[in-house]
Write a protein that binds this ligand. Structure first.
Ligand code: GCV
Length: 667
């Protein structure tokens, strides 16, 4: 009997034409429904909404209505009951989002009649940033090569583009930057633009606008001009002509993303001009077409006493000098997507300039595609942080106008490498639509759509997901430690690492400052005074070692090894407990997962199981490396009630990982 059942299930899978390989992401409902769906307007986008509902919706007839038409209004309402349902929106896109919302409710057991749903996105721009190079490699990508096949385009259009568009639309993502911020000037060559046009044509019906990263030196490299000075008339003309050329091909082109004067990229400062002068020149070229410039604030200089201060120092004096179609794109924290960072002080600070947040979906600093780290709790902590920018009650979420996420997408079958990394793509879309959603609700939705509706599966696995970011922080960099990664690949520990001749702010010691007295970066008045960039009363809280949140203690303070923590332990003992807790958490995840055997398909079960093993092993590696190294300064025993290290520091120092997909040897 059991065999018969298995055979028929297998057969069902064959009929559906899919393997349980994760390729269908969270969009797994079978397409065998025959719903009655009508619409009061025809268009390609509305046809997609109609077809999605026709083939997947198993309830009463649905009617799609455009009302008070306004193409850029993405809100929708869903009303009705078992006798009939109406989705109403001012735009085609809104109807599509409404259709996906209804299907999500069906797939997550969330339908409660009568329906009276009103949804409207918090931000108008919810954009992925691909760090994809034109040669098919992906900077900080851990899921294979780029999905954009520039060598085949424009003739060959991969079916993945449409699947990608559908997945994004289903979670409300409405824009994408196709290429790396370390931008090749070649992206603006006419032949490349013809390729980008084809991609844009596939994405458009799903409501997704295309943007490109541009290299500030393009007028010189591509146009042969003697300079790329933004105040030079010929340079300005070049950009205007280029914008005109792009818009002829892609009439709804979104605009440019720019990394300038950062990590060796060219920029206006090369010509003695400011970020504002550079951004405004591009903004003027895009303005007639309604395009925007997303100008990144990720800048730091080797001469600054504290890398964490630089962005604020460079950008605050420019507040109010940017054109209204420029938005400053700021990473969530002041350093660089560390496992845990305080929010960047630029949030809530620039009152006359639009600021958008950049978070990293790809897990550059969180175990790549090997570790399970559900990032919604991290992003929630960030979005909910009170900046005090307009008195109290100014969370980051209310200070920004848009959200960007550095994509974790590649050409691997399951898109993201780790099956659970799909949850981070999903969570980014959902939070960019509604930052008030809880991490719990997002994990719940995702699990029910992706794996199973059964509570016996969902509840323990959700609890694991919700703890996973905390676990990674614990075994990598607890209590505010940061950037003690191995040189280059940012995967394993190397608090002792030295880049010969490298910039000080690329060396781990610069960040942890361990010595006989204590550990941590002194950002108080006796140190770099980076704390002063925050608003009161937050800064007073951070200055005081007793009121500084302990999870960020070593971010802001160089604390004595014997500093008394809230637990009553010394800092040294607390550090040991945190590292060990991370290891125990990772091991617990293995147990939670192993208990699910049989509750899901064997392919995904085994794939996740094997990565959880790696994660546990890596957690031990991190704990041993960091504790044995810091012990050399603290000169105290590891508390006897926790596990003893199983490695020797000298052996750990010999580990040199070769991770080929990391051509970037900087920190
Ligand atoms: C795209 C960090 C990463 C780089 C990345 C850079 C950035 O330094 O390691 O790979 O470059 O951030 O965000 O520009």
């Amino acid at each position: 009997m059991k065999h018969l059942l298995t055979a028929s299930l297998l057969c069902f899978a064959c009929l559906q034409g899919f393997a349980e390989d994760g390729s269908r992401l969270w969009l797994r409902a079978d397409a065998t429904a025959k719903a009655v769906v009508t619409a009061n307007k025809k268009s390609t986008t509305i046809s997609i909404a109609v077809e999605e509902l026709q083939t997947q919706w198993r309830g009463a007839a649905v009617s799609l209505k455009i009302k008070n038409i306004k193409a850029d209004k993405e809100e929708f309402s869903i009303t009705g009951d078992e006798r009939g349902i109406t989705i109403t929106s001012p735009s085609e896109k809104g109807l599509l989002y409404g259709a996906y919302h209804l299907l999500r409710l069906q797939a997550t057991n969330g339908l409660k009649y009568p329906l009276n749903i009103q949804e409207s996105p918090k931000y108008n721009l919810r954009i992925l940033n691909h760090w994809d190079n034109l040669d098919g490699t992906v900077e900080r990508g851990y899921a294979g090569r780029s999905i954009w096949r520039w060598d085949e385009l424009p003739a060959v259009v991969s079916p993945r583009y449409k699947e990608y568009a559908r997945a994004n639309a289903s979670i409300g993502i409405n824009a994408t930057v196709l290429n790396n911020v370390n931008a090749s000037p070649q992206i603006l060559q006419s032949d490349m633009l013809a390729k980008a046009k084809v991609v844009a044509d596939v994405l458009r019906p799903y409501g997704i606008q295309v943007f490109l990263s541009v290299n500030f030196s393009s007028p010189t490299v591509l146009g042969g001009l003697p300079t790329s000075d933004p105040l030079d008339a010929a340079v300005q003309r070049w950009w205007k002509d280029k914008a005109n050329e792009i818009y002829k091909l892609i009439p709804d082109f979104g605009g440019f993303l720019v990394k300038a004067n950062s990590e060796g990229q060219p920029g206006p400062q090369d010509f003695g001009r400011t970020h504002a002068e550079g951004a405004n020149m591009l903004a003027d070229a895009l303005k007639p077409h309604k395009g925007i410039v997303m100008w990144r604030a990720f800048v730091y200089s080797p001469s600054n006493d504290d890398r964490a201060k630089q962005a604020y120092m460079e950008f605050m004096p420019l507040d109010g000098l940017f054109r209204d179609n420029v938005v400053i794109q700021v990473k969530n924290g002041p350093i660089d997507f560390q496992p845990r960072e305080p929010f960047s002080p630029l949030f809530g600070a620039m009152h006359k300039t639009d600021v958008m947040a950049e978070v990293q979906i790809t897990q550059e600093y969180l175990g790549h595609a090997n570790h399970l780290a559900f990032l919604a709790p991290m992003w929630k902590e960030f979005l909910d942080s009170d900046t005090y920018g307009n008195g109290s009650g100014s969370p980051v979420a209310n200070t920004i106008t848009a959200m960007a996420g550095v994509a974790n997408i590649g050409d691997e079958t399951n898109w993201n490498g780790h099956h659970f990394a799909q949850a981070n793509w999903y969570a980014f879309g959902r939070l960019a639509w509604n930052p008030q959603l809880s991490a719990d609700a997002i994990a719940d939705e995702w699990l029910r759509q992706t794996f199973s509706q059964k509570d016996a599966f969902v509840e323990p696995v959700k609890a694991m997901m919700l703890q996973s970011w905390d676990a990674v922080v614990n075994y990598m960099m607890p209590l505010g430690l940061h950037h003690i990664f191995a040189v280059g690949h940012h995967y394993g520990p190397e608090p002792w690492g030295v880049i010969p001749g490298g910039r000080p702010d690329w060396q781990p010691w610069y960040f942890h400052n361990a010595d006989a007295a204590g550990v941590g970066f002194n950002r108080t008045k006796t140190g770099s005074d980076a704390i002063n960039q925050y608003h009161s009363p937050l800064k007073e809280r951070l200055y005081d070692i007793e009121t500084c949140p302990e999870e960020l203690l070593l971010w802001f303070h160089h604390a004595d090894w014997n500093h008394k923590m809230h637990s009553g332990r010394s800092l040294w003992a607390e550090l040991c407990y945190k590292y060990d807790l991370g290891v125990q958490q990772a091991r617990e995840f293995q147990k939670v997962w192993d208990r699910q055997e049989g509750a899901l398909d064997t392919e995904r079960f085994h794939a996740v199981q094997s990565r959880l093993k790696i994660q546990s092993r890596d957690a031990v590696w991190w704990r041993d490396a960091c504790l044995l190294y810091f012990q050399e300064f603290a000169k105290q025993p590891i508390p006897y009630d926790i596990e003893r290290p199983v490695h020797d520091l000298s052996d750990l120092k010999q580990i040199k990982l070769k991770i080929s997909n990391h051509e970037n040897a900087k920190r």
